[in-house]
Design a protein around this ligand. Structure first.
Ligand code: CA
Length: 224
């Protein structure tokens, strides 16, 4: 599982990341609302832990915009505010669960399990583009009756490209989304994995191409 934490209190963000990593999941952290929204909008996360009071864009706004963009990633709202009206506002905006600070680790993990169970239904909706479909749980890329296995990074890269269909993604953005800020990988990994994916698309006879535009970014296209 890959979980996004949007929290401006850095110490709390680190604690949350530790809890998630100890639970054998991957945690990415965004420290302000705008960065959080941009990362969440890629659609690559299995769940989002979202603070309400954030610089640049508050949590209510983030979840509302995500739902507007048809990003259905389960959201766990986290806040110091205890007023009932805030909880209702969060849920009305499309949050799945609401947890009030301070909380116990066990309580957080229980909430995460609850929203991830809800996310399981969403995974049934396989990412599709042109003549290809991705089976995320089986890590398979299929075109008609032909399919090929995907490595973990190939799967994340393809999900990212499909989630952003029509949008040009820079090499830097792809690198940050797929490999992460703390990665020891080289940025050239992007080109290497793009070429792996191209070979696999060709292998299954798909008309989908990964186009590089003026050396500034990549996007998916269906060849005529
Ligand atoms: Ca805050």
């Amino acid at each position: 599982m890959r979980i996004l934490i949007v929290e401006d209190e850095k110490r709390l963000a680190e604690t949350l990341a530790d809890i998630i990593t100890e639970n054998n999941d991957i945690a990415d952290v965004a420290n302000d609302g705008e960065a959080g929204f941009d990362q969440a909008a890629t659609g690559i996360y299995d769940a989002i832990i979202l603070d309400v009071m954030l610089p640049k864009m508050n949590g209510f706004e983030i979840v509302r915009r995500l739902r507007e963009h048809d990003i259905k990633t389960p959201v766990l709202m986290l806040t110091a505010k205890t007023e009932l009206s805030d909880k209702i506002k969060g849920l009305d905006n499309g949050a799945d669960y609401y947890l009030t600070k301070p909380f116990e680790t066990a309580e957080l993990l229980a909430c995460l399990r609850a929203i991830l169970r809800r996310g399981e239904h969403l995974k049934a909706e396989a990412p599709v583009f042109g003549d290809i479909a991705v089976d995320v749980s089986a890590s398979l890329l299929a075109c008609g009756d032909r399919s090929v296995g995907l490595g973990a990074k190939e799967l994340e890269l393809l999900r990212l490209l499909i989630a952003n269909k029509g949008i040009l993604l820079s090499k830097e953005t792809i690198f940050l989304k797929v490999w992460g800020y703390d990665s020891e990988a080289e940025i050239n990994s992007v080109e290497v994995y793009i070429s792996f994916l191209r070979k696999k698309l060709e292998h299954i006879g798909s008309k989908v191409k990964i186009i590089v535009v003026r050396r500034i970014g990549y996007r998916l296209e269906v060849a005529e």
